[in-house]
Ligand binder design. Structure first.
Ligand code: PLP
Length: 405
């Protein structure tokens, strides 16, 4: 949510759009001006930091997972003879079938096996492990690599700074298509419009965007691909090889364009970087004062993570570990919620709670948010205190939730 709930300029824009334009302009009928304008502006923004993308093209869809599905097909169509796709431990790309195949999480994958074949998972942030895997499989056998420049659902995992750049060099050598999934961190959340490029020094071939592109009120996904990649799959008579009824509709494109305008006019990426640095400093201080409660804090822009310690000590049997981790995260979330802080669980890191304030959050409100985090930490200086301070009925409910019953 880049602008928080019901951001007046966006709501007013949508109301006016519905009064004035009223035409959904589905792309099957025509390429609308709204769609063309959003594509043009996205590409301009991208080309400012990656000039080689100046003639790239965009396939619009309706969610992050769909943007990834599009990217999988682009990769496969472009390198049909290369069977393998690489992804990374901790990565999250969505839960539709293809995206799920690239999301290495037992809980989500196990019930749906067999998934897409020939996906090989490499340790995130470890360039030697990546090099070894490429050598073993043979670079020419690898169609593409999917990565988040900073992993969001893994609990805000920031790789070593030169990891992405080195990965880029290896992929370029073999022509491996690089897909940077910027769905969570892109367009400002991480403090950059394109974190892989501006922070990581990587020039991906395909970039996926979603979440903030719809301003938090409209489902919009985008798969940006280099022109040759785009055309191999969708050029000329092949243009029907991938499609979506509502992908690229006028209302979604208009909202996307307005969101982009609001992000840029208010300089929200730079603001996110500045406020994020300040917030992280504060969280580090809180963590140092409460090491018994927080195992770690991390952050990049206004994507902040609090990793809670397990509420039950290390003596617990390994089979209970998952349950305890889940319960620890839920208790952390509940504790923050009681302090008035609306936070997020992390889908691939059970004990990590993310703070993702609106990028336009008034600064005093952000300070208040951090004050409240601190106050709730003062109140529960040890993780186990969150457990003992919770009413048995609530605890029972959370345990059932954690066990999935
Ligand atoms: C990096 C990343 N990719 C893909 C997705 C999937 O997006 P959606 O939930 O819109 O399908 C997410 C959602 O959290 C994400 O964080």
């Amino acid at each position: 949510m880049p602008f928080g709930e019901r951001y007046p300029p966006l709501i007013e824009f949508v109301q006016r759009f519905l009064e004035v334009d009223r035409d959904m302009g589905l792309p099957q009928q025509s390429t609308t001006a709204w769609r063309a304008a959003l594509e043009y502006n996205l590409i301009q923004l991208l080309a400012e930091v990656a000039p080689s993308h100046a003639d790239s093209q965009v396939f619009f869809s309706n969610s992050g997972a769909e943007a990834i599905e599009g990217a999988i097909k682009f990769v496969k169509a472009f390198r049909p003879a290369a069977p393998y796709i690489l992804n990374f431990t901790g990565g999250y790309h969505g839960k539709t079938y293809g995206a799920l195949s690239l999301t290495p999480n037992e809980e989500y994958q196990a019930p749906f096996r067999p998934l897409m074949a020939n996906v090989v998972t490499v340790k995130f942030g470890d360039i030697e492990a990546f090099r070894t895997e490429v050598d073993q499989l043979g670079g020419n056998n690898i169609a593409g690599v999917f990565l988040e420049p900073i992993q969001g659902e893994a609990g805000v995992i920031i790789p070593p700074r030169n990891f992405l750049e080195q990965l880029g060099a290896i992929c370029e050598h073999y022509g491996i298509v690089i897909v940077a999934d910027e769905i969570q961190v892109g367009l400002g959340r991480s403090g950059y419009h394109f974190a892989s490029i501006e922070w990581g020094g990587l020039e991906p071939d395909i970039i996926t965007l979603a979440k903030p592109l719809g301003g938090g009120i409209m489902p919009v996904g985008a798969t940006i691909a280099r022109r040759d990649i785009y055309h191999t799959m969708l050029g000329g008579l092949s243009s029907k090889r991938h499609s979506s009824t509502f992908g690229g509709n006028s209302l979604a494109m208009a909202v996307g364009l307005k969101s982009l305008e609001l992000l840029l006019e208010n300089n929200l990426a730079a603001r996110s970087r500045r406020l994020g640095a300040k917030s992280l400093e504060r969280l580090v201080t809180i963590q140092q004062r409460h090491e018994h409660l927080f195992e770690a804090v991390r952050g990049m822009g206004l994507l902040l993570a609090l990793e809670f310690r397990p509420v039950v000590g290390p003596k617990a049997a390994p089979v209970q570990r998952e349950l305890i981790d889940e319960l620890s995260g839920l208790l952390g979330l509940l504790t923050l919620h009681k302090a008035g802080v609306h936070a997020n669980l992390s889908l691939n890191a059970k004990r990590t709670i993310r703070l993702t304030p609106a990028l336009n959050i008034p600064e005093p409100l952000l300070d208040e948010l951090l004050d409240r985090v601190e106050r709730s930490a003062d109140h529960h200086a040890w993780a186990v205190e969150m457990l003992t301070a919770t009413a048995p009925k609530t605890l029972y409910g959370l345990t059932r939730l954690a066990r999935g019953v």
